[in-house]
Every structure is written in structure tokens, then in C-alpha cells.
Design a protein around this ligand. Structure first.
Ligand SMILES: [Zn+2]
Length: 265
């Protein structure tokens, strides 16, 4: 089995000491590729470094970008730095811009700033023809309005990116799928009574499903409450495969194929 953890925050300080063991356990679990996701300028830089220093048996790639929580910190200098990294993306092993988006649950940056910073980074991604990793929480109306506007301006590519850790409705999922997006699924699918996730999963085409751990967060059962890591992606895979009536091997082939198509690997 070849698995691809499409969203892992391995530059988080919780992996400082045992990062090599974490990557080795991922390899032993069948994970052959990991996308190091970023949320700040500082961890974007760290992800670029880690993606080349630790690239080995498990292939490492990264994304760069600023999360809505930190939108207030995003300035012209950040934008220039981000553009520079992306224009040299092959050397930097960058395959996506993100995570970017809107988060009205925590509102850690003012909403108008979140919107402006999301639009600015998304425009850069469109210009550079690189997929985006979108984080959206309790902001679907504003998110859809922005995406519709991008569509009208002719900026959206056929496959613009992924809605990471998708937690919205099946109805919104349909709209996103029509726009060309993929949806990422994480540990919460292993929690009891996650009816919403099943509704979404059974209503979208198989070629739109990505699996991701979002580690160190969102640890799946049976390790809920502990630090998450890429090796645990198998629990997410098995649960989704089981639900959709597929074998884990087939589900692995489908989701890894989807990830490689989206990130052009
Ligand atoms: Zn994340």
C-alpha cells in the first residue's frame, strides 16, 4: 500500500526530538509521501528546510502560506517572500499554497483582514498556477462568494485545490466539487456518530477524496487525545474504505492517485 498524508504539521515543536522516528513509523505504516503543511511565514520557511533535509524513503513536499488565524501578521514583505519561494518551487519542494482561508469560529484576525489576506494569497496561487490548501470554518457564505468571484474573473483552474479537513455540509460540498475542488478528510471520521462526514463522503465522487492527518492535531481513534502523526493515517483510510464498501488497498490507490494528480507529483 502506498499512502500519502496530504496535510501534516511536522515542523510543530511537538516533533522536535523524535522527528526521525515519526517519519520511520510513517514509512512502516505504508506512507510513502507526506505534504508538510504550513500556517505561518516561520513554519513555511521551516517546512521548506525540512522537505529537503529529511526527504528520503518517505518523499517530503511542502506548502507555504499564512492561515486566517495569523492574517493580521501578513504584510507586503510576507507577500514578497512567499512569491519568491513559490517562483522557485521545484528547488523548494513546494506543491501548494496554504493553508489559507477564513476562520470565523475563532476570529483570531478581523474578518475583513482575513478576507483580504486570503484573496491576496489566492490570487498569487492562481497567477503561479499552484493548487491551494483552504481552511474554512463557519465562513462558508463569504468563502463561496469569494470563490464565485474568482470564477467570474476566470481565475479558477480546473482543479484549484483542496478544502482541508472539510467539515461543511453535503450541499456546500456539491458546490465545491462542481468548482473543481477536492475535500480532505481527517481523524474526526473515526469518531463515533460523525454522520455529517459520512453524508459528505457518500455524496461526492471518489476522485475528490483526499486523506490527511493534520497532525499533531485531530488524532484518530484509538489514539484520540494523544499527539497525532502520519502513521495514523491508516485508521482514517480503513474507516473511509469500510464506509464506502472498498478495500483499504483500493481506497489507498484512489486517494494517493487523487493527491498526486492535484499536487502534480
Ligand atoms: Zn492544518
Amino acid at each position: 500500500m502506498e499512502l500519502f498524508d496530504t496535510h501534516a504539521h511536522l515542523c510543530d515543536e511537538r516533533y522536535g526530538e523524535d522527528i526521525d522516528e515519526v517519519i520511520a513509523r510513517a514509512r512502516d505504516a505504508g506512507v510513502s509521501r507526506i505534504l508538510l503543511a504550513s500556517a505561518e511565514m516561520s513554519d513555511s520557511e521551516a517546512a521548506i528546510r525540512m522537505a529537503s533535509e529529511k526527504n528520503g524513503d518517505v518523499e517530503l513536499f511542502c506548502s507555504v502560506g499564512v492561515h486566517p488565524h495569523s492574517a493580521s501578521d501578513y504584510d507586503d514583505q510576507s507577500h514578497e517572500l512567499l512569491s519568491g519561494w513559490i517562483s522557485d518551487r521545484e528547488k523548494n519542494r513546494i506543491v501548494a499554497l496554504g493553508e489559507i482561508g477564513l476562520d470565523y469560529h475563532y476570529d483570531l484576525s478581523p474578518r475583513d483582514v482575513q478576507k483580504a489576506v486570503f484573496i491576496r494569497q489566492f490570487e498569487l496561487a492562481c497567477r503561479e498556477e499552484i493548487p491551494v490548501i483552504i481552511h474554512e470554518r463557519e465562513a462558508s457564505a463569504d468563502m463561496l462568494a469569494i470563490l464565485t468571484d474568482f470564477g467570474k474573473r476566470g481565475l479558477l483552474s480546473e482543479t484549484p485545490g483542496v478544502f482541508h479537513c472539510y467539515s461543511g455540509s453535503a450541499q456546500t460540498a456539491q458546490i465545491l466539487v462542481r468548482m473543481g475542488f477536492l475535500l480532505g478528510f481527517d481523524g474526526p471520521v473515526t469518531f463515533r456518530n460523525n454522520k455529517k462526514a459520512w453524508e459528505v463522503l457518500s455524496s461526492i465522487p471518489l476522485d475528490r477524496i483526499l486523506i490527511e492527518t493534520d497532525c499533531p492535531y485531530l488524532t484518530p481513534e484509538p489514539f484520540r487525545g494523544k499527539r497525532n502523526e502520519p502513521a495514523y493515517i491508516t485508521y482514517i483510510l480503513v474507516k473511509i474504505a469500510d464506509y464506502l464498501g472498498k478495500s483499504p488497498e483500493e481506497m489507498a490507490r484512489i486517494t494517493t492517485g487523487n493527491a498526486r494528480r492535484l499536487f502534480r507529483i
